[in-house]
Ligand binder design. Structure first.
Ligand code: NAG
Ligand code: NAG
Ligand code: NAG
Ligand code: NAG
Ligand code: NAG
Ligand code: CU
Length: 572
């Protein structure tokens, strides 16, 4: 990518920017060299093959300051498996080919190859990265991105703290991702079940070693030692929390320490206090806690499954005060918090609604949309396979990345018919089991007029089984969206838009659609490129729960040849 044709113009634009914005004059470039390989790891004390970055899972935290450039040379040494890495929450303005979405923005990185991702982190906040190829994220390829605000810029944090900690939440299975994916694609469906463990910063604890294969489980393995977060009495700490789970919606609590929520997905929140925090896969939050409890004992950090009937023990870590009387690793004298009732949907709904923009950081949304797309989320069948679909269309990734196909006019590379904008929402009973669950498959995409304002309403419904509806965390690439409203029940286009929050909606990149509920979003199609929008549950996207938007692709500069080499891009 070093000899990229647009580099000269890019330099000019940045010179201009650095003259006009003093903060950018200090922009730095952070270079990383990552080797992706399989290693035997024991994140929850049970030895398993994991996909690692330079031998680690989770990978290193990428730290930068707003305006910096990140350069990551990714060398695939997996031997027999492709890879691609998505920088989750980074909008990739001007670098749509660096989004890392295999099949959408690039061909996969082949074994032995190196691909260099170069992008600017233009805004402060807490983000993450993870594999975006098959179900590889579940195998351990993930980590955090922490972008500090330019100290005297307009994006400086509207709150103070003395120190900070990073918390990456995950769920973990003992079965390989290949077994999981093959099960999902089988007739009948083979479901892996609930995770064996919940991980905090890549560590958990599977205590039933007799259930693991002989010689593979050791509760004293250093890789599963309980993480310790140390605090100084009287000080205020910012905890940056990210969830990269494959399946689980989580509830996170720091025993005895109420949390003030101050950031969500890189945007400052109007502060509110919670005893515990609901966090969905793909979301990030910052919370503040005051270290004002008895310093002579330790406290639990706890992560619990919500929204699905839990079959996984609480994930734990330790909060320890710097003091001479307590060893930092000594388990607290209490049992770990177990979180709210897993099926208390309204408890979680209220947190969603409470999350609005900080008064000093409101970015008003456009007052109206040019186009409204209503997406019914259903579980379906196609030729006997269980799938997820939007308006009866289950998404299948094309073999040729859209970005290349559209720039090169490779019309045969994907279905040119656009997917449906809506469904018969006046008649559809979201609570009922459908008489005919059959859907169709497509790799068609939604073409958006460049600069237009788009509303998307996600409507949840009953699944194949009676009386069941799950939470789906939807993630948009390339943009943040305003969260205009949530509801439980059937969305009505004639009624609900009148109650949208146009005053101080939060901007996010991932949002929950609650069981039998709806969520309304608005975004501006102002980032030239091709962008995935999908449920962040790894299995659900794998089974078709996603769509793709194209906007202003004609404005995208010359594509780096490194993103090509698969499907119809060969020889182009
Ligand atoms: C431990 O695993 C064994 C074998 O799978 C099972 O029979 C037993 O019930 C488990 N014990 C606990 C406490 O989960
Ligand atoms: C939640 O599930 C429990 C059983 O796990 C059940 O007793 C309770 O009625 C359920 N509550 C709601 C609100 O569905
Ligand atoms: C759904 O499709 C299958 C074939 O895959 C067919 O056998 C079945 O009859 C269809 N169901 C209905 C209700 O039409
Ligand atoms: C989905 O397709 C099936 C089979 O054609 C049909 O019976 C059903 O009404 C459709 N559902 C929706 C929401 O369009
Ligand atoms: C589903 O819920 C309805 C109403 O709440 C109830 O009448 C029905 O028996 C339930 N069905 C199943 C299969 O649980
Ligand atoms: Cu989902």
């Amino acid at each position: 990518m070093a000899s990229q044709p647009g580099a000269g113009r890019h330099l000019l634009c940045c010179l201009f920017l650095s003259l006009s914005l003093a903060t950018l004059a200090h922009a730095a470039t952070h270079r990383h060299h990552w080797e992706i390989s399989y290693q035997f790891k024991s994140p929850d004390c049970v030895r398993k093959l994991a996909v690692t970055i330079n031998g680690q899972t989770p990978g290193p935290i990428i730290r930068a300051t707003q305006g910096d450039t990140i350069v990551v040379a990714v060398k695939n040494t997996l031997l027999t498996e492709n890879v691609a890495i998505h920088w989750h929450g980074i909008r990739q303005m001007g670098t749509p080919w660096a989004d890392g979405t295999e099949g959408v923005t690039q061909c996969p990185i082949l074994p032995g190859d190196t691909f260099t991702y170069t992008f600017v982190v233009d805004r402060p906040g807490t983000y993450m990265y993870h594999a975006h190829y098959g179900m590889q994220r579940s195998a351990g390829l993930n980590g955090m991105i922490v972008v500090a605000a330019a100290p005297w810029g307009k994006d400086a944090a509207p709150f103070r703290y003395d120190g900070e900690h990073d918390v990456l939440l995950n769920d973990w299975w003992h079965k390989s991702t290949y077994e999981q994916a093959t099960g999902l694609a089988s007739v009948p469906l083979g479901w892996v079940g609930e995770p064996q463990s919940l991980l905090i910063n890549g560590r958990g604890r599977f205590t039933n070693c007799s259930a693991a294969a002989a010689g593979t489980c050791s509760v004293s393995h250093p890789e599963c030692a309980t993480p310790v977060f140390a605090v100084v009495p009287g000080k205020t700490y910012r905890f940056r929390i990210a969830s990269v789970t494959s399946l689980s919606a989580l509830n996170f609590e720091i025993e005895g320490h109420p949390m003030t929520v101050v950031e969500a997905d890189g945007h400052y929140v109007k502060p509110f206090v919670v005893k515990n925090l609901n966090i969905y896969s793909g979301e990030t939050y910052s919370v503040l806690i005051k270290a004002d409890q008895d310093p002579n004992r330790n406290y639990w950090l706890a992560s619990n499954v919500v929204s699905r009937k839990p079959g996984t023990p609480t994930g734990t870590a330790i909060l320890s005060y710097y003091s001479h009387r307590t060893s930092p690793r000594r388990p607290p004298p209490t049992t770990p918090p177990t979180g709210p009732a897993w099926n208390d949907t309204m408890y979680r709904f209220r947190q969603s609604v409470a999350t609005v923009a900080h008064p000093a950081h409101v970015e008003a949304p456009p007052p109206r949309a040019d186009r409204t797309i209503i997406l019914l989320n259903t579980q379906n069948k196609i030729d006997g396979h269980v799938k997820w679909a939007l308006n009866n269309v289950s998404f299948a990734l094309p073999h040729t990345p859209y970005l290349v196909a559209m720039k090169r006019g490779l019309l045969g590379a994907f279905d040119q018919r656009p997917p449906p904008e809506t469904y018969a929402h006046q008649e559809y009973n979201i609570y009922a089991v459908q008489p005919n669950p059959n859907a169709t498959t497509s790799d068609g995409l939604y073409r958006l007029q460049f600069g237009s304002v788009v509303d998307v309403v996600l409507q949840n419904a009953n699944m194949l089984a009676a009386n069941s509806s799950e939470t789906h965390p939807w993630h948009l690439h390339g943009h943040d969206f305003w969260v205009l409203g949530y509801g439980i029940g059937r969305f009505d286009l004639a009624v609900h838009p009148a109650s949208y929050n146009l005053k101080d909606p939060i901007l996010k990149n991932t949002v929950a659609v609650h069981p039998y509920g709806w969520t309304a979003l608005r975004f501006k199609a102002d980032n030239p490129g091709v962008w995935a929008f999908h449920c962040h549950i790894e299995a659900h996207f794998f089974m078709g729960m996603g769509i793709v938007f194209e906007e202003g692709v004609e404005r995208v500069g010359q594509l780096p040849p490194e993103i090509m080499g698969c499907g119809a891009t060969k020889g182009h």
